[in-house]
Write a protein that binds this ligand. Structure first.
Ligand code: 5GP
Length: 177
């Protein structure tokens, strides 16, 4: 059953799985001979992260952070609050932050500063989606799945009011539907 709020499909399931496989292969090549710590940003990145990790063939561990940005539900204010911190220290580790989407870039800028201050050996970002038009600060993830236009999207982990995360594709939200 198709919900009226689910608009145009921007990324189809086949394209998601192909790109996730490619990203996994790239990360495997880049981190060859190193141990990797994947830091998933809850909750949106969970689906992407679990698919991606199965395509990474270097020794890797997993931890999670949950953050909330103050402000409206569709606009980030840049003031970020940690709801759940990492379970373990990251000093000396090769850290790869796994994000669902980079919009203004403010959340990512905060995460890079916060985790960067904990002395990791390296820190990079892998984002499934990016909306370059919306960027307010210059943060560019090393790995990006897809560039998308300036639309609010749902599916494959991304929610609107906690719903639609289970859609197997990424679609535009029809506001007010
Ligand atoms: P930023 O700080 O880059 O503006 O926003 C990042 C966060 O805002 C993302 O991790 C995500 O939680 C949320 N966000 C930004 N754009 C979208 C979108 O189009 N759809 C959904 N569901 N969340 C978004």
């Amino acid at each position: 059953m198709r919900d009226d709020a689910v608009g145009e499909i921007l990324v189809q399931p086949d394209d998601l799985s192909r790109r996730v496989r490619e990203l996994g292969a790239q990360i495997t090549e880049d981190y060859h001979g190193r141990d990797l710590l994947l830091v998933g940003v809850l909750k949106g990145a969970v689906f992407f992260l679990s698919d991606l990790m199965r395509h990474i063939d270097v020794p890797c561990e997993l931890d999670f952070m949950a953050v909330a940005s103050y402000g409206s539900t569709t606009d980030s204010s840049g003031v970020v609050r940690i709801l759940k911190d990492l379970d373990a220290p990251i000093d000396g580790r090769h850290v790869l932050i796994v994000e669902d989407i980079v919009d203004s870039g403010l959340t990512l800028q905060y995460l890079l500063r916060n985790l960067g201050a904990r002395d990791p050996k390296s820190i990079e970002v892998c984002a499934l989606l990016t909306k370059p038009e919306r960027r307010k600060v210059s943060v560019e993830p090393r790995y990006v799945g897809f560039e998308i236009p300036n639309r609010f999207v749902i599916g494959y982990g991304l929610d609107h009011g906690e719903r639609y995360r289970n859609l197997p594709y990424v679609a535009a939200l029809v506001e007010g539907a």
